[in-house]
Every structure is written in structure tokens, then in C-alpha cells.
Design a protein around this ligand. Structure first.
Ligand SMILES: [Fe+2]
Ligand SMILES: [Fe+2]
Length: 494
């Protein structure tokens, strides 16, 4: 809502101030969601007198009360698959997605749509609220009333809950909006990162890993790739440092499925390829972190261990019984993903044979993503263009040249996510390759204006556009290194 004060202010300062306020609120909101997530989780494990819980309650109270002092009241509301804090939609990040999803799912299951905090909270009230909330019976329409009555009986008047409004055409639970492929892609992407993480964590803890979810997600991703691969390809510019392994698996899977689509694979084969790529490095879960994250070069025995990851991956996958029919194609794909066409690389084969098609596809996707991602031992990665040049240089010995050609057609001469300088002196990000092979050097560009970055997201330029004299309005002059310009490409692609 606009206050009269905001109206009198000069427009630019007013807008700037509002943006700062909003991003501040968004940051605090994300923090709040994470706190709720942990509290709700802890309450499922410990009773309310646990020491770890006390500590966390204190931290959460601080977050909540800072927000209360700033805003007066706090409303956290579920609308479809989004969360609103005091009517502002919270944007989720890679780090925050698990918390968002957990809160959304748990509240929806309990038919709670909004929680209003109307004043400073104390330890007792927050604890009572969390435990009562989590003890509510699932799918009961009366839950909001029951929760409020319970709080009133305990003389807690500063928290109030409202029932979930199920909007038309929406089923309760985490739903995907079919009409918005970009939103859907984002959800599939982050959800898949979460699931790969879950599977690997379970394998590490020697627990039952539910890999069926991976299959469902791969199927969703296949539908998106078939519809418009450039959306998911854009998301591969997200290179999250801490979540490297999971993020990497998802990126490799997106590239592989997109190559498979161009090769005319069926939906079924694409799904198999997608799952294989998601699991290609699962064997690394058996390698100690000190080796995986070693900043310097590996010594002989460490390297020996590292080289065993494809084989260890096969062992793990063969034990994931729930995948149903794990077929030999998938197993061999994992085994082969570091095996070069001349059979150099690893593992060493007893009998000479060709490297499998899945293996050859994953290899290209794997190298490209690894090169363009910052790692502990290489903090500044290659730009997409540099990585592509390396792939091309090594194509004869290390990669299947034909598949590489398909891959270039896919990401373009200027790969998606490249930062480019245009003939107009404007700077932009390659957003989508031109579908017409004739115009491979004229992709769609997202223009970035340096002072008001927020506006840049929506300013798309078509490089095939011409002026009155029939000359191209804009042409790529050269690519730039985003690290030098401190530009976070992924932010623009989301
Ligand atoms: Fe690998
Ligand atoms: Fe890999």
C-alpha cells in the first residue's frame, strides 16, 4: 500500500528507498523461513525441554522480534507455491529452497495458510506455537481454529493462524503451475538438487535411499526440455559453491537431456539418460571430503581413489533397487563417463569396446559444467566461451566430435549465460540461442544497464532486429569475463 508520504517524495529516491527496504525485508523473510523450518524439524525430534531447542528458540526469537520492531506486525502467508511476508513475495534462493519447500508442504498439509505475529514474542509462546502446529492432524479444515483456541487457552494472544485458501484448480501440496514454464523449471531444478542431495546423504548414512523421486523429477525435466530446452539451460548458470556436487549433477543432467533431445531420443530414453546423468558422480560420495575438496593437486593414492568413483557409482546404483528396471545402458553410462574415445581415462577396461553413447554424452556435459564452475582449486572458472574452445581443441582425443557439434548447436557459439559486449556499447547476457542455425551468432540477449540492474531482467534484445537502412541494430563484438565485472549471471537467468 502506498502511504501519502511516499507519494510526496521525489520519485527516484522514493523508488530506490523502497527497493532497499524490500530487499532488506526479503533477506529477513528468508531468514525467518529458515528459522521456522529448523524449529518445525527440531520439534519433530526433541521434546520441548531439549537444550539444542532452547538455543535455537532464542536465535529465532531474535529474528522474529527484529522484524516485529521494524514492521509492527508480521504476516507469513502461503499463496499457491509462494510465500508472502507482509504482502511481499519472498524470492527463494538455492540455499533457502529446502526451507521454503518444507514450510510450504508442512503448512499446506495442516491446512494452515497464514500466521500472523502481532507483537514481541517470548520463548514460551513460540515453543507452544511450534509444537501445537506440528501436532495438528493433517488435512483437517478446522486446524486454524483449533490452533488459535489452544493458544488462547495458554494466554498467548500475539500469534494467530488463518486457514489455507485453496485456490481454484489447485490441489493442496507442492503443485506446479503448468502455464508458466519458467517457474516450473525453477521448481524442478531446485527440487532435483534437493533430491540428489537427499539420495547421496542417505547413501552416505547407509540408509534407504528413495531414488524413485529422482525418476519423477527426471520425467518432469524431460517434459520441460522437450517443450523449450533453453529455460533449463539458462538455470545451469547457477553454480552454487557449497552445493557443488548436487548442483553439478543437475546441470550435467540438463545438458545431457538436451543433447539427447537433439539426437531424437524417446521420452523413455531421455528419462533414463537424465537419471544416469544425475547419478554419474554418485560414487564420489564414497570418497573422503578431504580428498574431494583438496585445494592442491592430489597425490598418487588420492588420485587412485578418485579414479575409482565411476566403479563405486555403479556399485551404489546397482543397490538402488527402487529405481525399478535399472538397465545396462544406465549402469554402463556411469562406468564410462571418464573413459575417452581412445580408451584412455578411467577405469581401465579388460576388454576393448566402444565408449557407450550415454557415457560419451555425459562426458561432454560433465567437462563443460566442471570448467565453468568455480572450485576450491580454481576459484575463477573458465567463461562459457573459453570452456567451449577447450572442448573443441581436445575434441579428437577426448570427446566424440559429432556429439560436440550437437552440443555447440545447443548452447550456441555464444553459450547461454555468456556476458557479451554489443556494437551499441551495451552489455548483455546471452539468454537464448537463436533457433535458426543460420543466425547462430545472433542469440537473444538480456541487456544489463549498469545503474539500475533491477530493470535489466526484462529488457530482451533480438539481435536479428534491423534498423531502417536494413542494418543489424546490435551485434556481438566480444565476450567479457563476468568475474571482472562482478556480475552474477545466475541472478539474471532466474
Ligand atoms: Fe565423474
Ligand atoms: Fe562429474
Amino acid at each position: 500500500m502506498e502511504t501519502s508520504q511516499a507519494v510526496i517524495q521525489p520519485q527516484r529516491t522514493g523508488k530506490r528507498a523502497l527497493e532497499v527496504m524490500e530487499s532488506d525485508l526479503s533477506r529477513l523473510g528468508n531468514n525467518l523461513v529458515t528459522k521456522f523450518h529448523v524449529l518445525m524439524k527440531i520439534s519433530q525430534i526433541y521434546d520441548s525441554r531439549n537444550v539444542a531447542l532452547q538455543q535455537f528458540i532464542q536465535e529465532s526469537l531474535q529474528t522474529i522480534n527484529v522484524l516485529i520492531e521494524k514492521e509492527g506486525t508480521l504476516s507469513l502467508k502461503v499463496v499457491r507455491d509462494d510465500l508472502f511476508l507482509n504482502d511481499q513475495r519472498l524470492r527463494y534462493s538455492v540455499e533457502g529452497f529446502t526451507s521454503f519447500k518444507y514450510l510450504l508442504t508442512q503448512w499446506k498439509k495442516r491446512m494452515i495458510g497464514e500466521v500472523m505475529i502481532k507483537g514481541v514474542l517470548d520463548e514460551g509462546s513460540l515453543k507452544e506455537f511450534i509444537y501445537t502446529l506440528m501436532n495438528l492432524e493433517e488435512h483437517n479444515q478446522e486446524n486454524a481454529t483449533l490452533l488459535n483456541d489452544h493458544l488462547w487457552n495458554h494466554e498467548i494472544f500475539s500469534i494467530e493462524a488463518y486457514p489455507l485458501e485453496v485456490l481454484e484448480g489447485e490441489e493442496p501440496g507442492m503443485t506446479l503451475r503448468k502455464e508458466d514454464p519458467r517457474e516450473m523449471a525453477k521448481k524442478v531444478f531446485f527440487e532435483t538438487i534437493g533430491s540428489v542431495k537427499e539420495v547421496i546423504t542417505h547413501i552416505n548414512a547407509k540408509q534407504y535411499a528413495d531414488a524413485r523421486k529422482l525418476k519423477r523429477l527426471a520425467q518432469n525435466a524431460v517434459s520441460l526440455v522437450i517443450e523449450d530446452e533453453s529455460i533449463l539451460l539458462g538455470l545451469t548458470t547457477i553454480k552454487h559453491y557449497d552445493e557443488y556436487t548436487f548442483n553439478h549433477c543437475v546441470n550435467v543432467s540438463i545438458y545431457s537431456m538436451s543433447i539427447g533431445k537433439r539426437l531424437g531420443f524417446s521420452r523413455k530414453t531421455l528419462t533414463e539418460l537424465g537419471i544416469t546423468a544425475l547419478l554419474h558422480d554418485v560414487g564420489k560420495s564414497k570418497i573422503p571430503l578431504e580428498v574431494l575438496n583438496k585445494p592442491g593437486p592430489l597425490d598418487g593414492s588420492e588420485w587412485g581413489l578418485m579414479k575409482r568413483h565411476p566403479l563405486m557409482g555403479v556399485e551404489i546404483v546397482l543397490n538402488l533397487k527402487q529405481l525399478g528396471e535399472i538397465n545396462p545402458k544406465m549402469v554402463v553410462g556411469i562406468l564410462d563417463h571418464h573413459l575417452k574415445p581412445d580408451l584412455s581415462g578411467y577405469p581401465k577396461l579388460f576388454r576393448k569396446r566402444e565408449v557407450s553413447l550415454f557415457g560419451r554424452i555425459i562426458q561432454i556435459a560433465d567437462s563443460y559444467d566442471a570448467m565453468t564452475t568455480p572450485r576450491i582449486y580454481k576459484k575463477i572458472p573458465y567463461t562459457p566461451e573459453q570452456a567451449m574452445a577447450i572442448l573443441l581443441r581436445e575434441r579428437i582425443v577426448h570427446y566424440d566430435p559429432l556429439l560436440l557439434k550437437v552440443f555447440i548447436g545447443l548452447v550456441g557459439i555464444y553459450p547461454i549465460g555468456s556476458l557479451v559486449l554489443l556494437s551499441t556499447r551495451e552489455i548483455g547476457i546471452v539468454y537464448k540461442p537463436n533457433p535458426d542455425p543460420k543466425w547462430m551468432d545472433r542469440p537473444a540477449i538480456l541487456l544489463i544497464s549498469r545503474d539500475e540492474k533491477k530493470q535489466a531482467r526484462k529488457q530482451l534484445a533480438d539481435l536479428t532486429e534491423k534498423d531502417e537502412q536494413g542494418r543489424f541494430k546490435r551485434t556481438v563484438v566480444k565476450t567479457l569475463d563476468p568475474y571482472k565485472y562482478h556480475i552474477d549471471i545466475a541472478k539474471y537467468m532466474m
